[in-house]
Design a protein around this ligand. Structure first.
Ligand code: VGL
Ligand code: ZN
Length: 210
């Protein structure tokens, strides 16, 4: 499993708003920082994703009068979980954590910047049509295997991994380097969807101490 030149690590949404004290803090989200820093040293190629919403984004409960965070609404592309305002462009909460130590990361791909469409996946927005361009980048770079880790396991990490798999990359989700939000059964559902998509779950020890 030792990473080679055609392997890519995607570090998903390691931003202050998903860390303790943040607007949408993932329980124990900070526990992923040390394993991700260790993993990143084993990968020559690393890409970061960054959730990057305009104020008033359609995924914010505050944009829907009478709704609360974690409620569901129907948007034009389907069902959408509503969130507290988070990762607003240019704010501290949207910054990638300074504790992440990956100076060799090659690309930061932003997502969720279209006001009316959410984007859990680093590849494709929630309308399942609009592309971020990441698939073309990975293809052009010649990567074959994609390893995903970060926050949150049941949303942005899962969707990114599933889209990597459906784009034809051999895809792994590194469980001990990810943490879930787990709202309304989302973690169990993500596990089923990941398995159905052919994403393999592994632990960082299988990469670092093979
Ligand atoms: C995420 C909910 C809303 C994530 C992003 O990074 O998993 N979750 N926006
Ligand atoms: Zn978001």
């Amino acid at each position: 499993m030792k990473p080679g030149d055609q392997d890519l690590l995607i570090v998903v949404d390691l931003q202050y708003d998903f860390l303790p004290g943040g607007a949408l803090a993932v329980p124990h989200g900070d526990a992923v920082i040390a394993p991700i820093n260790r993993l990143a040293r084993a990968f020559r190629h690393v890409v970061l994703t960054q959730d990057w919403h305009p104020a008033g984004h359609a995924s914010f409960a505050s944009s829907h009068p009478g709704k609360q965070p974690f409620d569901l609404v129907d948007l034009h592309y389907g069902s959408q979980v509503l969130w507290p305002d988070h990762c607003v462009q240019g704010t501290k909460g949207a910054e990638i954590s300074g504790e992440l130590n990956i100076p060799h990361a090659q690309l930061v791909i932003r997502k969720g910047y279209n006001e009316g469409i959410d984007s859990y996946s680093g590849f494709k927005e929630a309308d399942r049509q609009t592309s971020t361009g990441l698939e073309g980048y990975l293809r052009e770079r010649g990567f074959q295997r994609v390893f995903c880790a970060g926050l949150a396991l049941d949303f942005c990490v899962a969707w990114t991994a599933m889209d990597a798999a459906s784009a034809g990359f051999e895809t792994y989700l590194i469980e001990d380097a990810s943490r879930a939000i787990d709202t309304n059964g989302s973690l169990e559902k993500a596990r089923q969807d990941l398995e159905a998509a052919g994403v393999r779950t592994i632990n960082s020890a299988q990469i670092i101490n093979p």
